[in-house]
Design a binder for this molecule. Structure first.
Ligand code: IPM
Ligand code: MG
Length: 392
């Protein structure tokens, strides 16, 4: 059996509980494609701080980057942010860890697929009648570099000191609250936008879906630029229907998910905001699968967009399905298609059979006997997995 190493970050809060389930399912699924996964722990987050006095220990960072494929349980929790994070804001792991990995590994494409099945439309937070019989596929591909996220760090060195002072460009860790003006530089580079859009169009072509490009071209220079590049690249993909959508109207369409059926291209900041909304309209943030990929090197990080659920940590209550579905994205990236499909089908089956974690459970609608904890939900998925006939 072919072996493949994966860097494993168990993470903070409920991360380790959810990842324990996801790792079991993914390992089993990979075997269907003749792949033997070996997980190497690379601790990051507040849990790592306890031992290494750093939320991003050098050794973990190096090892994870070297392995090049990371299965990531999520970092950050409110309590440590308020205590240690108050004194050492630079240690707050959400930005320290995530932004460093994205930057170092060049993770440009952030896939957040949101699939709405008709049979599960009662789980959605939108009206069930807004989901057509054929279901809805929103394949969000967020541009994960540059923009306002990396502007100040990336461009700082090119700006003279006096101008930086005058227009208030500084690193987040240096903000005191006493400034007259503070600026986040938001930028896009032509070469990066072109590469990103070509990948998004190619994905739309392969999946026979329209490309919905989200921008704010009516107001902002960088989005006027984005729109011009989009329209130009569209000419290379005549078979893909292009829809240019302004971000504010895209936001209103989250309530009628079929109107955003397609591959959705969006900037870093817009994508951050809209993809949470899309996940919530689907039912729960706990279900959001996510991957971040460098299209040139294949380096990738697989991180459910679902957060770490710190308030229920250690209680065996968090929803592991987002992590498990993220594992399916990882398998697909590694070419283990059978395993990936089987995971997605198994999760779908478990939900159709009425099994729920607390975040998905609705009193009066769902059967209390089918309310499961983290490990029971993981076991349920694995169960279906173990009966080939049950995978449908
Ligand atoms: C996400 C998160 C991150 C982001 C934060 C924690 C840095 O919200 O992955 O969506 O904004 O990108
Ligand atoms: Mg976010």
């Amino acid at each position: 059996m072919a072996k493949k190493q994966i860097a494993l970050v168990l993470g903070d809060g409920s991360g380790p509980e959810m990842m324990a389930q996801a790792v079991k399912v993914v390992k089993k699924a990979a075997r269907l494609d003749g792949l033997d996964l070996e997980f190497i722990e690379t601790p990051m987050g507040w849990n790592a701080y306890d031992k290494y006095k750093d939320t991003l220990p050098e050794e973990s960072f190096k090892k994870a980057v070297e392995i090049g494929t990371i299965f990531f349980g999520g970092v950050g929790d409110f309590e440590n942010d308020q205590t240690i994070g108050k004194e050492k804001p630079e240690m707050k792991p959400e930005s320290r860890v995530l932004l460093a990995l994205r930057k170092k590994m060049g993770l440009l494409l952030n896939f957040r697929p949101m699939i709405f099945y008709k049979s599960l439309s009662h789980l959605a937070n939108v009206k069930p009648e807004t989901i057509p019989d054929e279901g809805v596929k929103q394949i969000w591909i967020r541009f994960l570099l540059e923009d306002s996220y990396f502007g100040n760090t990336d461009l700082m060195k090119d700006i003279p000191e006096n101008i930086k002072k005058k227009i208030g460009v500084k690193l987040k860790k240096d903000v005191t609250g006493d400034e007259e003006i503070v600026t986040d530089l938001a930028y896009y580079r032509k070469a990066t936008v072109e590469k990103y859009l070509r990948a998004a169009f190619a994905y739309a072509k392969k999946s026979k879906l329209p490309l919905i490009s989200i921008d704010k071209a009516n107001v902002m220079a960088r989005y006027d630029f984005w729109r011009r590049i989009t329209n130009r690249i569209a000419e290379e993909f005549p078979e893909v229907e292009l829809i240019n959508q302004l971000v504010d109207s895209a936001n209103s369409l989250l309530f009628t998910p079929a109107k955003l059926n397609g591959v959705i291209a969006c900037g870093n900041e817009h994508g951050d905001i809209l993809s949470d909304g899309a996940a919530a309209s689907l039912g729960s943030m706990g279900m959001m699968a996510s991957s971040a990929i460098n299209p040139d090197t294949g380096a990738a990080m697989f991180e459910s967009g679902a957060g770490t659920a710190p308030t229920i940590a250690g209680q065996d209550k968090a929803n592991p399905l987002g992590r498990i579905l993220t594992g399916a994205l990882m398998l697909r990236h590694l070419g283990a298609e059978k395993g990936a499909d089987s995971i997605e089908r198994a999760v779908n089956t478990v939900l159709r059979e009425g099994f729920r974690t607390g975040d998905l459970f609705l009193k009066g609608r769902d059967d209390p006997a089918k309310l499961l904890g983290t490990s029971a939900m993981g076991a349920k998925v694995l169960d279906i997995f173990n009966q080939p006939a049950g995978i449908n």
